[in-house]
Write a protein that binds this ligand. Structure first.
Ligand SMILES: *[C@@H]1O[C@H](CO)[C@@H](O)[C@H](O)[C@H]1NC(C)=O
Ligand SMILES: *[C@@H]1O[C@H](CO)[C@@H](O)[C@H](O)[C@H]1NC(C)=O
Length: 487
């Protein structure tokens, strides 16, 4: 990198949710690793989480690779929000969301103060801060939008929004084909976010999403946490047919894959748990354990948890299952009678946080039951494990299509309905069937081989000369030329 590029300064403003903050830190590390100055903008209560995720060693080292953090105050009073809710992970009740989103809008002013003081050369803003594109433009700073998902789901979302195929069917369960999207992808209204379909009941959300689209188009371009070889057709489609400038720089965590660091990616890493489950995996045959995890924000009902327990046991497969900490006196009332005794040695339940990357990459893991959040899917792809897809909400039903129908490395469990937070009801028989199908037999073998192929391609993409490595360099060079041609 030239000296000009090294003097570039990039602002990152992640959406206030752990699932968005972690990849943003990964992205900041990529830029910092190329010698650029990087600053993450956040609110005070998110600083400890970010500092911890950046890693102690780095924050103590000198200039090189340092990621700076600048804070802007969270406007509790103006938004009418109780103190303490500075990210979605600390919001305990759905009715606080409107106030939370109002507060996010109010961050624009203090953000502009920082732009004025520091004059960065580029802003990378989460798609949920559409005003950041306007703010950057005001100060002549190019801005990039980070959407947090796959090329496929960005394209599918955009084509659904543009052509409104959901208006062409007579019921919520009647399938429609998404027009102008390669691959003949069919969806139902039940699987598409109500917010993507013009939704008269929540005008505030509809307005936010219109602003999001507008800012996407007005921004300099998009950065996507994916790699070209995984979804070529959709990367090309986004650029050539949907008219977005986009760079693929993923899987971002792979760029930063020091083992020690990976073990501390999330919060509350209980060292004992970590050692315990990895040691337990060491005693197992290759590809013999199913890993089950629904991400940090999904809150399945007790009856759904019970069905998962019964389904896993009925499948006869060994498993590691990550369950959100029980909130009622630490007692898991949903566990079937005698379950833990019966699965002793065969299944492990982890309550709370788990070292997901290390678990997935353990050779004993044979498949991953996932809620289809994009971070999780990428981790599965990098680890080379086939998946049982169990989308809950957001863009997860699109990600399921990519994994199961396009990449052919997954089996849908059969969730049919978008339901924020809780998901559709899936019976234990369906769990049993999908787990057996992903673990046993010729088809399972084929999917596993394909998954291992994508894992290799992922690794190659972030090596020198690989597609993501090169696109990151191209992006930085372009930001450099933009900055210096303006001066
Ligand atoms: C950005 O600026 C345009 C033009 O002034 C305005 O119409 C739009 O609402 C702004 N977007 C946001 C998200 O503030
Ligand atoms: C609606 O259905 C008709 C008849 O099947 C089809 O020709 C048309 O392309 C569909 N429109 C959209 C937006 O899917």
């Amino acid at each position: 990198m030239s000296n000009e590029v090294r003097s570039l300064h990039v602002f990152f403003i992640p959406f206030l949710a752990h699932g968005h903050i972690i990849p943003t830190i990964d992205m900041a590390k990529l830029f910092a690793g190329k010698g650029l100055k990087t600053t993450i903008i956040t609110t005070p209560l998110n600083v400890p989480f970010i500092s911890k995720a950046i890693g102690k060693a780095e924050s103590e080292s000198n200039d090189n690779n340092v990621i700076h953090i600048e804070t802007i105050e969270f406007p509790y009073a103006e938004a009418g929000l109780p103190k303490g809710c500075e990210n979605t992970n600390s919001i305990t009740s759905m009715h606080l969301y409107p106030a939370f989103f109002k507060a996010l809008g109010l961050l624009q002013h203090p953000f502009e103060q920082l732009l004025l003081q520091q004059h960065p050369n580029c802003v990378v803003a989460d798609v949920m801060f559409p005003w950041a594109t306007n703010s950057s433009a005001k100060f002549g700073v190019p801005s990039l939008v980070y959407d947090g998902t796959s090329f496929f789901s960005i394209c599918a979302n955009e084509c659904t929004r543009l052509y409104e195929p959901y208006k062409n069917v007579s019921s919520d369960s009647e399938p429609f084909v998404i027009p102008n999207l390669p691959g003949e992808i069919t969806m139902t209204r039940m699987q598409v976010s109500p917010h993507v379909m013009s939704n008269k009941e929540s005008p505030a959300v509809t307005k936010l999403l219109e602003e999001v689209k507008e800012s996407e188009l007005k921004s300099y371009g998009m950065v996507v946490n994916s790699f070209y070889e995984l979804e070529k057709v959709y990367a090309d489609h986004l650029r050539n047919n949907l008219g977005r400038k986009a760079w693929h720089v993923g899987p971002m965590f792979l760029f930063n894959r020091v083992k020690e660091e990976k073990a501390h990616r999330g919060m509350d890493a209980s060292i004992n748990d970590e050692h315990e489950c990895l040691k337990w995996l060491d005693t197992k045959e290759p590809n013999s354990v199913v890993y089950v995890c629904f991400g940090t924000t999904t809150k399945l009902t007790d009856s759904q948890l019970e069905d998962i327990a019964i389904g896993l046991e009925a499948s006869g497969q060994q498993f590691i299952w990550v369950v959100r900490k029980s909130e009622k006196d630490g007692v898991d009332q949903w566990l079937p009678d005698g379950f833990e005794e019966r699965i002793e040695g065969k299944g492990l339940i982890i309550r709370g946080w788990a070292p997901q990357v290390l678990i997935l990459e353990h050779e004993a893991i044979g498949a991953f039951v996932t809620h289809c959040g994009w971070n999780s899917i990428l981790e599965g792809v990098v680890a080379g494990v086939p998946m049982v897809t169990w989308p809950i909400a957001y863009e997860q039903f699109f990600n399921e299509k990519l994994v199961a129908e396009i990449l052919k490395i997954g089996v849908p469990v059969g969730a049919k309905k978008w339901a924020a937070g809780v998901g559709d009801t899936v019976k234990w028989e369906a769990v049993e069937k999908a787990v057996k199908r992903i673990m046993i037999g010729e088809e399972a073998e084929e999917m596993r081989n394909k998954a291992k192929g994508f894992s290799q391609l992922a690794r190659q993409s972030v090596e020198e000369g690989g597609s993501s490595y090169s696109d990151l360099d191209a992006l930085i060079a372009e930001l450099g030329s933009l900055s210096y041609s303006n001066e």
